[in-house]
Write a protein that binds this ligand. Structure first.
Ligand code: AMP
Length: 206
């Protein structure tokens, strides 16, 4: 089975995804940031969009995942895709009937502190929070010892409003799309990662 995670930025999708090693995580945000950081001409275009909190085109988002989901023996976990109904419709034939959608439900007002304090290791992707999950040594990754955790440009307060409103504009149509297909479960994402993960396991029977 494949999984699709939906939810506001900072709702905990990436954190739960990292607790599910049996799934191959496909994070369009991570893949796009990798291209941005390569400094390629495409990367420079991507940087302008994502650093300002805008979406890349549906075609580019699809291209980003397509080459990474070719192994039918793997179970994929989509984090950050689809972001529009068009993307949901593009993904559907690639997965057949073999998927479950999980909506991480949390009030956006609770997410500002999470995102402003989120730091990510650019080397291994481990996620920290300066209030609730600090690295043991300041600015150094516990997992891979990389020095220099990153505060994403688009996690800065000025950009968050735009990211939230883009999500809200598309979310209800995506949710309706998956509800009609009877594929959607909703979890309460307002809790520690352990609490959210145990609710997740109960609901999905994983
Ligand atoms: P994320 O790490 O999922 O919060 O994504 C960071 C940024 O990457 C988003 O704000 C968008 O600019 C871009 N992005 C990620 N996934 C998509 C997608 N499926 N469609 C369009 N843009 C995306």
């Amino acid at each position: 089975m494949n999984l699709i995670f939906l939810g506001l930025p900072g709702s905990g999708k990436g954190t739960v995804a990292k607790m599910l090693p049996q799934f191959t995580q496909i994070s369009t945000g991570d893949l796009l940031r990798k291209e941005r950081d390569s400094g390629s001409p495409l990367g420079k275009e991507i940087a302008k969009l994502i650093d300002a909190g805008n979406l890349v085109s549906d075609e580019l988002a699809l291209q980003t995942i397509e080459s990474n989901i070719k192994d039918p023996s793997k179970q994929y976990l989509f984090d950050g895709f689809p972001r529009t109904v068009t993307q949901a419709k593009m993904l559907d034939p690639l997965l057949g009937d073999n998927y479950q959608v999980v909506l991480f439900d949390i009030d956006k007002n609770k997410l500002i502190d999470r995102l402003v304090n989120r730091r990510t290791c650019p080397k291994c992707g481990e996620i920290y929070n300066l209030l609730t999950k600090k690295p043991k040594v300041d600015n150094c990754c516990d997992v891979c010892n990389h020095q220099g955790l990153k505060h994403r440009e688009d996690d800065k307060l000025e950009v968050l409003d735009k990211r939230f409103s883009i999500f809200e504009k598309e979310a209800s149509a995506i949710v309706d799309f998956y509800k009609q297909k009877n594929k959607l479960v909703t979890i309460d994402a307002d809790g520690s990662s352990d609490v959210v993960f145990s609710e997740f396991k109960k609901l999905l029977k994983i």
